[in-house]
Design a binder for this molecule. Structure first.
Ligand code: HEM
Length: 499
């Protein structure tokens, strides 16, 4: 069974279950030198300076209060991370191809070599392979890898731990390792609770179906996938993207992804290595988990491994989410941070980076990874999309706070204000065009085209099954009767029994 983590080596045989293609959404731009960040002997130093300047202007132990909050419910940050882990993996590690840690020479790789050498450990479909693994075996008496691994009980429910008070945790081994198909979904306590809620949702849907054990499982998996896809399109995209871009893509179809391009399904590197990493800026430096526990983000990473993080083989109950603080309709709702170039300082001290000055620092990782994997600049992607690129004066923050000044200074080096790393560009675009409330034009199109493109390209997705009685204009009906219609994220959490 595969173990996904941001730590794994690229060629560890136990990690590989799916092997699907990465490609560039705009291959000609990626292969063209002027469309990339300018490579000089100083580029790495310039990118590090920019990354350092992106730190949230608090300190790790004293993060800024709620000044930089958006109005996006906090759980959407982790719904985004869940989508990331369901669709893309392995752009994130030092393997033979892309080495960005201390002591390595980082320079743009030949794009043909990237496409030939880098394989996605996930399917470019919103099919919840991160939840179901390879599924149970359908032949009588056979046992699949996922069953042998311990994902399923004999009734083909997904295993889940119940504390007995309605609270749940991921199933775990004695050492605390989660028994789930994608280990990255246990990298922080919030995404872990969301994954547990998805398991509970599947089990609730399965228990309402009729027929044999296998028939109930198969229908439940289909309905759960459809409900999840519906929420990606009708809840997540409207929450984080420019509504005009989403409306255009839903009405007219994606322009750069999907069957109309004549290309077979792939995961675009511009999305994995830059565009979708916009979610890193939504992460709060600290969270109120429930009425009694507040934690900084770094304390929530690998929570079961932190001092006091585990009790009786499971997440310490004091760390469990009060969903009223996270779900869209919650009575004590806290919000995601604005989408802008401010990153929580706790993400600059990642424990899984060891002492490596790049690998422990999320912003440095993102900027150097994109440089190494030859991701086109924000301006080049804007050109490809037919959008007027941001001017240097718009990319540089106008104010004179130390952080604004540091970003402006960093952008003045190495032509970074005219050949700007895509990740930074998208975050700044969100700040300039939308005051950080959602993504701007380029970011929205990249994210929405990729996610909706996957749904259009997948013949088993909900939009190709509108003839099925479960697909409604306002949601997916996973069972008849109360709580069975899933039209927003709250509906799913309620059906799962967690909210
Ligand atoms: C506490 C929360 C999170 C942490 C600690 C985290 C950390 C990381 C790290 C260390 C990487 C690898 C970077 C590299 O070396 O290239 C990564 C990759 C990535 N992250 Fe995050 N992340 C978090 C949340 C999110 C969210 C909320 C999103 C999106 C909404 C996101 C999207 C991505 C994507 C798309 C990748 C690339 C995955 C791949 O293709 O391998 N992450 N993240």
């Amino acid at each position: 069974m595969k173990h996904m983590s941001h730590d794994g080596g690229a060629d560890a045989p136990t990690e590989i279950l799916f092997d699907t293609p990465f490609h560039y959404m705009f291959p000609y731009a990626a292969a063209s030198e002027p469309c990339r960040v300018k490579a000089t002997p100083d580029t790495v130093a310039h990118l590090k300076a920019l990354a350092d300047a992106m730190g949230d202007p608090g300190t790790q132990n004293q993060p800024m209060p709620n000044l930089f909050d958006s109005s996006i419910p906090a759980i959407f940050t982790y719904f985004g991370q869940f989508i990331d882990h369901d669709t893309t993996a392995r752009t994130d590690r030092d393997g033979d191809l892309s080495k960005i840690g201390d002591g390595h020479t980082v320079e743009p790789l030949d794009t043909d070599k990237v496409v030939a050498g880098l394989k996605n450990g996930r399917r470019p479909q919103l099919d919840l392979d991160s939840l179901y693994g390879d599924g149970p075996a359908m032949a009588p008496g056979a046992v699949s890898e996922a069953q042998a691994f311990g994902l399923y009980d004999p009734q083909l429910h997904l295993n889940l731990h119940h504390y007995g008070n309605g609270k749940i945790d991921l199933p775990r081994r004695a050492d605390g390792t989660a028994i789930i198909a994608d280990e990255r979904n246990d990298e922080n306590a919030i995404v872990a609770q969301l994954h547990a809620a998805m398991i509970a949702f599947h089990n609730a849907v399965a228990s309402k179906q009729s027929g044999s054990t296998k028939a109930r499982y198969i229908r439940a998996r289909q309905l759960v996938r459809w409900a999840y896809q519906y929420l990606v399109v009708h809840a997540y995209l409207p929450a984080v993207c420019d509504e005009n871009v989403v409306a255009d893509i839903l009405a007219n179809g994606p322009r750069f992804m999907g069957p109309s391009t004549g290309r077979t399904a792939f995961m675009p590197l511009e999305f994995s290595v830059a565009g979708f990493r916009f979610g890193h800026s939504m992460i709060r430096p600290f969270y109120d988990l429930n009425d009694t526990t507040e934690r900084t983000i770094d304390q929530l990473l690998f929570a079961t491994k932190q001092p006091g993080g585990m009790i009786g083989g499971h997440l310490n109950p004091t760390l469990l989410l009060d969903w009223e603080r996270f779900r869209p309709g919650g009575s004590k709702l806290q919000h995601a941070r604005k989408i802008d170039p401010r990153i929580a300082q706790g993400l600059f001290q990642l424990t899984f980076g060891g002492n490596d000055s790049v690998l422990k620092h999320l912003a440095r990782r993102n900027l150097l990874r994109a440089f190494s994997l030859s991701i086109p600049t924000g301006q080049a992607i804007a050109d490809c999309m037919g959008v007027e690129p941001l001017k240097p004066g718009q990319l540089k923050p106008a104010g004179n706070t130390p952080q604004q000044q540091a970003i402006a200074d960093a952008l003045s080096q190495g032509d970074l204000d005219t050949r700007t790393p895509l990740w930074f560009y998208i975050l700044r675009e969100a700040a300039v065009q939308q005051d950080g409330r959602r993504l701007g034009e380029v970011g929205s199109r990249l994210v929405a085209e990729t996610l909706y493109g996957m749904i259009v390209q997948d013949p088993s997705s909900y939009i190709h099954h509108r003839h099925d009685a479960a697909i409604k204009s306002n949601g997916v009906r996973v069972w008849t009767g109360a709580k069975g219609l899933i039209g927003d994220l709250d509906d799913l959490l309620k059906a799962a029994g967690v909210a």
